[in-house]
Design a protein around this ligand. Structure first.
Ligand code: ADP
Ligand code: MG
Ligand code: ZN
Length: 431
């Protein structure tokens, strides 16, 4: 085996306090330490961070110096850097939220080669001359170890979370020849994957694992006028367990939380319209299980790592299957049984569709593409025959034998179940 094997295991135990690797982590680490480009497709919660955080600390690989991580959200960055510093790892970040002094301080430490990892926002990389020069200097000094593109689906206009600043990342492979690239994401259909692979050099190793979340129960319901009562009933059934309710608008978040409270559910709302202090307070209350339910827009959740979310409810249909997968994926990260509910109605589909097609600032073919992604969600909702799991996985080009669902979705129960097995997970959640 490779010369760094012992050191890798030692760091896994001593620095990260973990016993063993999860699927594909060892492969990704090995490959990047040999200097290969790697694309990692791993479900949310699968452990993508370790794939680049661990090799950043290895001294015996073929790469030396600092690992650069591009990450789309400042809150994600803060979270990770905080966590790494707690583990006594030399990590910093460079983004627009830092004041100029702190920023140049970090950059000078970086150029001296004193950091193990640095998180950089994509706009810093694409517009900051100082940043670009720093990276060039590091490259010339041979202290640029590797470039990591986290949440790599953001490079693709075909994905659900395109960020124009990420486009610059397709050319880092040319700007820094020979520096290994690692791109990671939880959501990529074939089209998005092509764009991600294009960030790496020809023929990168693509590590892909099943996206099946075996511990999630799926249910889709038609949405009626009493939807909030129905949701309140679900929440109350879970007792004090944690849940997320995704709502379409800020207004929906507020009114739903209020109605739930009137039913005796411990609920708060969260959306981009709140000031950042309130937002972090709501998040913290929920994360520490003081409030049980958050009614939120999809702004809530990225970078949140709460392991014991027992249910996720979409009060309105999501705009695409990728978003649905990612949002439902926040349930059951600890591996225990959890349930996801989706409420939909045709009229609402038409509204969302119209809104998408009327988005002025978006190119026409992209708008139409988005409408076609929405249509797939509608088809998913209306298909009451095929296993939900099979349908979700099909979207990610993964074939799934629905017998393996083991009655953990509403359709399997309706089509093949003798008795109702797909009950709420209240009983499971109690122990
Ligand atoms: P992702 O980015 O793929 O969504 P993270 O990297 O945030 O996932 O990891 C999710 C959780 O899994 C974290 O709490 C992390 O500590 C944990 N984790 C990662 N790798 C391992 C491992 N090999 N053994 C145990 N826990 C792990
Ligand atoms: Mg991640
Ligand atoms: Zn099924």
């Amino acid at each position: 085996s490779k010369g760094w094997y012992k050191e890798v295991i030692q760091i896994l135990h001593a620095k990260f306090g973990l016993n063993s690797f999860r699927p594909n982590q060892a492969e990704a680490i090995n490959e990047t330490l040999s200097g290969q480009d790697v694309v990692v497709l791993m479900p949310t919660g699968g452990g993508k961070s370790l794939c680049y955080q661990l090799p950043a600390l290895v001294k015996s690989g073929t790469t030396k110096g600092t690992t650069i991580v591009i990450s789309p959200l400042i809150s994600l960055m803060e979270d990770q850097v905080y966590h790494l510093k707690n583990l006594n790892i030399k990590a910093e970040m460079v983004n627009s939220k830092l004041d100029a002094d702190t920023r140049s301080e970090v950059i000078s430490t970086l150029v001296k080669g004193e950091l193990e990892l640095v998180y950089i926002s994509p706009e810093m990389l694409s517009i900051s001359r100082v940043m670009q020069m720093a990276l060039q200097t590091m490259y010339d000094k041979h202290i640029l170890a590797r470039i990591v593109i986290d949440e790599a689906h953001c490079v693709s206009a075909w994905g659900h979370d395109f960020r124009p600043d990420y486009m610059a990342l397709t050319k880092v492979k040319n700007d820094y020849p020979g520096i290994p690239i690692m791109a990671l994401t939880a959501t990529a259909n074939n089209q998005v994957l092509l764009d991600i692979v294009n960030c790496a050099r020809p023929n990168p190793l693509v590590l892909k694992q099943s996206f099946n979340r075996t511990n999630l129960l799926y249910e889709v319901r038609k949405k009626g006028p009493k939807v909030v009562n129905e949701i309140a009933e679900i929440c109350l059934n879970y007792g004090g367990k944690s849940g997320i309710i995704y709502c379409r608008s800020k207004k929906d978040c507020e009114t739903t939380a209020e109605k739930l409270r009137s039913h005796g559910v411990s609920a708060e709302h969260y959306h981009a319209g709140l000031d950042s202090e309130t937002r972090s307070k709501v998040q913290k209350n929920w994360q520490e299980s003081r409030t049980h339910v958050v009614c939120a827009t999809i702004a809530f959740g990225m970078g949140i790592d709460k392991p014991d979310v027992r249910y996720v409810i979409h009060m309105s249909m999501p705009q695409n299957m990728e978003g649905y997968y990612q949002e439902t994926g926040r349930a059951g990260r600890d591996g225990r049984m959890s349930k996801v509910y989706l409420f939909y109605k045709f009229g609402e589909y038409l509204n969302i569709r119209r809104m998408i097609l009327e988005e002025q600032e978006v190119q026409r073919d992209i708008r139409e593409h988005k409408a076609s992604l929405l249509l797939k969600v509608m088809q998913y909702c209306e298909n009451t025959v095929d296993c939900r799991r099979k349908q979700v996985l099909q979207y990610f080009n993964e074939t799934f034998d629905s017998r393996l669902c083991e009655m953990k979705c509403d359709n399997c129960v309706a089509m093949r179940g003798q008795t109702v097995v797909c009950q709420d997970v209240t009983e499971l959640a109690k122990d």
